[in-house]
Write a protein of this length. Structure first.
Length: 461
């Protein structure tokens, strides 16, 4: 076999040159490939706030609507941090700026708003509420604060607080105005529920606070009127109940129960003529209803009472009577008492200068009401109880009635309380013995109705 040197001599020179060129080209390509620069990455996009477009709308310039003065340097820092928060999601920068400004100017409200915006950007609405409620209390028309507070309160589940915040700036911010209208029905519904719950727990002051808000936010809304009525009933305030029922009845013209209650209140503390007309209209539509027959008779009696002196009407409207008041009603509403000629001459030393002396003397000397036999005192200012009133009326029926069998011995002297109660139920002064309420205070309306029923037994109407 030829040697290597011999083989090189046998290969033509041009072939040797071509092979060398190929090898050189391969080497150059390999070198170029090893030195190729790394690809340039695309520019990084700035981070964005983790908020939807709707929520971003609640982050406005922290200085918007702020009524105080902020020096130019702090103003610039606030605005720069706010822009960085929106454009680069620089939450930490916003917090740091807010902290620095608050340390320099303790409690600077725009700094609190900026910090609250950082809280909101991190999804912490409850923290926003804690920060901004005091700011809103100090500056109710501060747009940047109230707008964010409203949205955060809504997310935290406190719709009334959200509504209050939006309401404070509704005339200054279109978004707040829009949200106010959207939240209105739900906010009033929640207040109404809170009011009813407070009444259930007998927290009348708390119920009153909720009603004040209802009247401020929706004075003519049905939920407000219903709340006003419920609170009035809880307080025994028939005048306020009547005011609410008038409005409700105008909206519910077919609600018979509401109309009947309005009639009762008109007769008791309103316009007796209106009350009588309501009952008369109901009776005309339901002439076979025995309940309405009785109500019509009571309405006519109350209307006649309105023709008596103003004093009598005022006593009849009182929620709780004293003994002098009962004497007035017995005297003025029962003709037999007013025109009788008593044979007794009992003395009560504590009525000599009392303005209702004439009425008291008459009922005492007719034996309808008692004077303390030892102290000779009538105690005109003492609260009168149902038991006292029923005892007086059974004595009245015994004195002026025609041997009414329903009385038994209850109308004679000092009958036992049980006998008085039994007689009152038997004579239909009360529906049953369970309704005597002997120790309960007596209202003017209840006294008038007891007297009316007694007059019916005496042949009156």
């Amino acid at each position: 076999m030829p040697s290597r040197r011999l083989r090189q001599r046998l290969i033509p020179r041009r072939h040797r040159l071509s092979t060398a060129a190929v090898l050189l080209a391969v080497a150059l390509l390999a070198a170029c490939a090893s030195r190729r620069p790394a690809p340039v990455p695309p520019p990084e996009r700035p981070p964005e706030l983790n908020l939807g477009r709707q929520d971003r709308a609640y982050l406005v310039d922290p200085l918007e609507g702020y009524p105080g003065q902020v020096d130019p340097g702090r103003r610039e820092r606030l605005e720069r941090a706010y822009r960085a928060l929106l454009e680069r999601a620089d939450v930490s920068g916003a917090r740091a700026t807010a902290k620095d400004l608050a340390e320099v100017d303790s409690g600077l409200p725009p700094a609190e708003v900026l910090a609250a915006q950082a809280d909101f950007a991190e999804g912490r609405p409850a923290d926003v509420v804690v920060r901004l409620v005091p700011v809103g209390d100090r500056f109710p028309a501060y747009v940047a604060s109230q707008l964010l507070l409203g949205r955060a309160a809504e997310q935290a589940g406190d719709v009334p607080l959200a509504y209050a915040a939006f309401r404070a700036i509704a005339t200054r911010n279109q978004l707040a105005f829009q949200r106010l209208g959207e939240l209105h029905p739900r906010a009033l519904e929640i207040l109404g529920n809170r009011l009813q719950e407070a009444l259930r727990l007998h927290k009348l002051d708390e119920a009153d606070k909720q009603l004040a808000l209802l009247k401020s936010w929706g004075p003519a809304e049905t939920v407000t009127l219903e709340g006003a009525r419920s609170l009035a009933v809880a307080r025994g305030d028939r005048t306020s109940e009547l005011a609410a029922i008038k409005e409700l009845a105008a909206r519910r013209t077919q609600d018979r129960a509401l109309l009947e209650r309005r009639a009762e209140l008109e007769l008791a503390v309103g316009d007796p003529g209106v009350g009588l007309q309501i009952v008369q209209d109901l009776y005309d539509h339901h002439p076979d209803d025995p309940g309405l027959t009785e109500k019509l008779a009571a309405a006519k009696f109350r209307w006649r009472l309105s023709l008596l002196p103003r004093l009598v009407q005022e006593v009849a409207a009182k929620p709780e009577l004293n003994k002098a008041d009962l004497a007035v009603l017995l005297y003025w509403l029962i003709p037999a008492v007013r025109y009788a000629h008593p044979s007794n001459g009992r003395i009560a030393t504590d009525i000599l200068d009392h303005p209702r002396q004439e009425e008291i003397v008459r009922v005492v000397n007719l034996g309808l009401m008692d004077v303390d036999a030892t102290l000779h005192r009538f105690s005109p200012g003492a609260t009168v109880r149902w038991g006292t009133a029923l005892r007086s009326l059974t004595r009245l029926l015994e004195e002026f009635g025609d041997d009414l069998p329903c009385l038994g011995d209850a109308g004679k002297g000092q009958a036992a309380a049980g006998a008085v109660c039994t007689a009152a139920a038997s004579c239909e002064l009360v529906p049953s013995g369970d309704d005597c309420q002997m120790a309960a205070p007596l209202s003017g309306a209840d006294a008038v109705e007891l007297i009316r029923r007694s007059l019916k037994l005496l042949g009156g109407s």
